[in-house]
Design a binder for this molecule. Structure first.
Ligand code: CDP
Length: 216
């Protein structure tokens, strides 16, 4: 059984998908972490973010793994915090727009569903990576709600960015993510739309678990 959760930044995907996976005892895949790892490695090596071929090669050669407690390991090194800084966040959409990068990460994502049930979240989980998934969800929320959530998240890690600035940055990321040629963020008609604006995390998790058919 595969459950895909797609949607824009701040729609609540990560938290909700993680909790849903726990509740169902399914494996969890945060596909954004993969694009963040490639971005982090590219920035660290000073590579051009416009060079799709070079970034694709970089992505191909990286050893990305998930450890206990949602740790993200890049060639054995714990980069869980580093990949969530604003520097990585403001560059990741450009990196993720290259077809070569997306192709390089496909195998790794599909391997996560081999022999196990999976909850995965990202931008193209239901449309490109797992089109055969049994349950496909598209999470959304108003731009203000999404920016507020991101602001709270950043404040927890000590980064202060104004709400207005975050609304602008998120709109720019959404624009790049939904207008790129390869695997753009878009809602397909077989995805169930859930607007999380007025809902708590628990309410969304309950709503999503009700969409997953019981095992026979
Ligand atoms: O949590 P948030 O939505 O802010 O970010 P994320 O899920 O970690 O994704 C970061 C970026 O990676 C997105 O803005 C996309 O540019 C890219 N991404 C993608 O292109 N395809 C995916 N399946 C997941 C993420």
């Amino acid at each position: 059984m595969i459950v895909t959760i797609d949607g824009p930044a701040g729609s609540g995907k990560s938290t909700v998908a993680r909790r849903l996976a726990e509740r169902l005892a399914f494996r969890f895949l945060d596909s954004g972490a993969l694009y963040r790892c490639v971005t982090f490695a590219a920035l660290e090596r000073g590579l051009s973010l416009k060079d799709g071929l070079g970034l694709g090669r970089l992505a191909d050669g990286l050893g990305i793994a998930f450890g206990e407690g949602n740790l993200v390991l890049l060639d054995g090194r714990d980069v869980t915090t580093e990949i969530r800084t604003e520097r990585v966040t403001s560059n990741v959409s450009e990196v993720a727009s290259h077809a070569e990068v997306r192709e390089a990460l496909k195998g790794l994502q599909r391997a996560c569903a081999v022999g196990t049930d999976l909850v995965c979240e990202g931008r193209d989980m239901g449309t490109v990576i797992f089109p055969q998934a049994e349950v496909k969800v598209y999470l959304d929320a108003s731009p203000e709600t999404r920016a507020m959530r991101r602001m709270t998240e950043l404040a927890l890690s000590g980064e202060e960015v104004s709400l207005a600035e975050l609304v602008t940055r998120m709109a720019e990321r959404d624009r790049i993510d939904s207008t790129r040629e390869t695997a753009p963020l878009r809602r397909s008609e077989n995805q169930i739309l859930v607007d999380t604006s007025g809902l708590t995390i628990d309410e969304v998790v309950v709503r999503l678990s009700n969409l997953v058919p019981p095992r026979s």
